[in-house]
Write a protein that binds this ligand. Structure first.
Ligand SMILES: C[S@@+](CC[C@H](N)C(=O)[O-])C[C@H]1O[C@@H](n2cnc3c(N)ncnc32)[C@H](O)[C@@H]1O
Length: 173
């Protein structure tokens, strides 16, 4: 039986809604579940994922073997702030539950800016267990983004179990 897709990740795929030719980067792909949902929607587009954990890269690689074999997906073990894609740029960059972005993310946001097309979009998702945490997290993400070279375009919220999903979408300013 196929694993159940966590609600936070099916919601993230709906919000990102990639176009068929998008070039996507996922930061902190974990087991590669969102990577798989996004890759399913691409035709000529590609998705690159990175995670600093060898274990997570191995799990995501196993789960996405068909997408990797077809050339649609690439998964790399790397720390975001040190990742080098040789000048390649991405249309959409996505991160789900990657805690550094609501902590002190100056180095990581500088890396996202380097990797994002000038017209590209950056999607940050969190799913706090208590719904009351959603607005404060969105406000903190907004402050972090706006003090590090991004303009926030919109915020989205959804109910996830007893908690709430938060997404902040930003572009380079
Ligand atoms: C809580 S897990 C979330 C995984 C997945 N996005 C999900 O929602 O299921 C966070 C993942 O991000 C990775 N990660 C955290 N900070 C990172 C960084 N600075 N560079 C690369 N990977 C990072 C961790 O290794 C971990 O696999």
């Amino acid at each position: 039986m196929a694993d159940k897709v966590p609600d936070r990740l099916s919601w993230a795929a709906e919000v990102v809604a990639p176009g068929p030719a998008d070039r996507i980067l996922e930061i902190g792909c974990g087991h590669g579940v969102l990577l798989s949902l996004l890759a399913d929607r691409l035709t000529s587009g590609t998705i690159t994922a990175l995670d600093r954990s060898d274990k997570m890269v191995a799990a995501a690689t196993k789960r996405n073997a068909p997408h990797i074999a077809s050339g649609k997906a690439v998964i790399r073990q790397a720390e975001l702030s040190a990742a080098d894609f040789k000048g390649r740029l991405f249309d959409k960059i996505v991160a789900v539950r990657v805690n550094v972005f609501w902590m002190d993310p100056a180095r990581e946001l500088a890396a996202v800016r380097r990797l994002l097309e000038p017209s590209g979009l950056f999607y940050l998702f969190f799913d706090p267990p208590s719904p009351t945490q959603a607005e404060p997290i969105a406000a903190k993400l907004t402050a972090n983004l706006e003090s590090n070279g991004f303009r926030v375009l919109r915020k989205a919220f959804t109910v996830i179990g007893a908690g709430k999903g938060v997404c902040v979408v930003a572009e380079p300013s």
